[in-house]
Design a protein around this ligand. Structure first.
Ligand code: MN
Length: 130
C-alpha cells in the first residue's frame, strides 16, 4: 500500500508575493498548505496543525525565524518537526548559521519553482525517518 495521507507543509513567510509563489507551487503538486505571516503565528500553527514540514523565512516581523525555531525545539510536543530555513542570501555563512541554529536544512531564495517540490519531499522523508 502506498502512503495516501496528504503531506502538510506550514509556510512561515511575511512577504505576500513569496508566500503566494510557494503556496501555489506546493498546492499544484498536491501538498496541503498552512500559512503563517509571523514567527509567533508559525509556532502556534506548528502545534495546532501538525505539519510534516515547516518552511521558515528568517526575517519576520516580531520574533525572527531563528527565535521561532528555538521555541519549536523547546516544546516537546513539536520539537522533532523538520524545520527548513528559507535563506535570503546565497552566502555560505548564512547557510552555515542556519544549520548551526538547528534548522533541518535550508532552501535558497529566490525559491526555485522547478526544484522546490522535490526538495520538500526529500525533507519530509528525512523528517519521517528521524
Ligand atoms: Mn521576510
Amino acid at each position: 500500500m502506498n502512503e495516501t495521507r496528504t503531506n502538510r507543509v506550514l509556510l512561515v513567510e511575511d512577504n505576500p508575493k513569496n508566500l503566494k509563489l510557494v503556496r501555489d507551487v506546493l498546492v499544484h503538486f498536491g501538498f496541503d498548505v498552512v500559512e503563517a505571516t509571523s514567527g509567533e503565528e508559525g509556532v502556534r500553527l506548528a502545534a495546532e496543525t501538525s505539519p510534516d514540514l515547516i518552511l521558515m523565512d528568517l526575517q519576520l516581523p516580531g520574533i525572527d525565524g531563528a527565535e521561532a525555531l528555538r521555541r519549536i525545539r523547546a516544546d516537546d510536543t513539536i520539537a522533532r518537526m523538520p524545520v527548513v530555513a528559507v535563506t535570503a542570501f546565497a552566502m555560505d555563512h548564512d547557510r552555515e548559521r542556519a544549520l548551526q541554529s538547528g534548522f533541518t536544512g535550508y532552501v535558497d531564495k529566490p525559491i526555485s519553482v522547478r526544484d522546490l517540490p522535490q526538495q520538500v519531499r526529500d525533507f519530509i522523508r528525512l523528517g519521517a525517518a528521524s
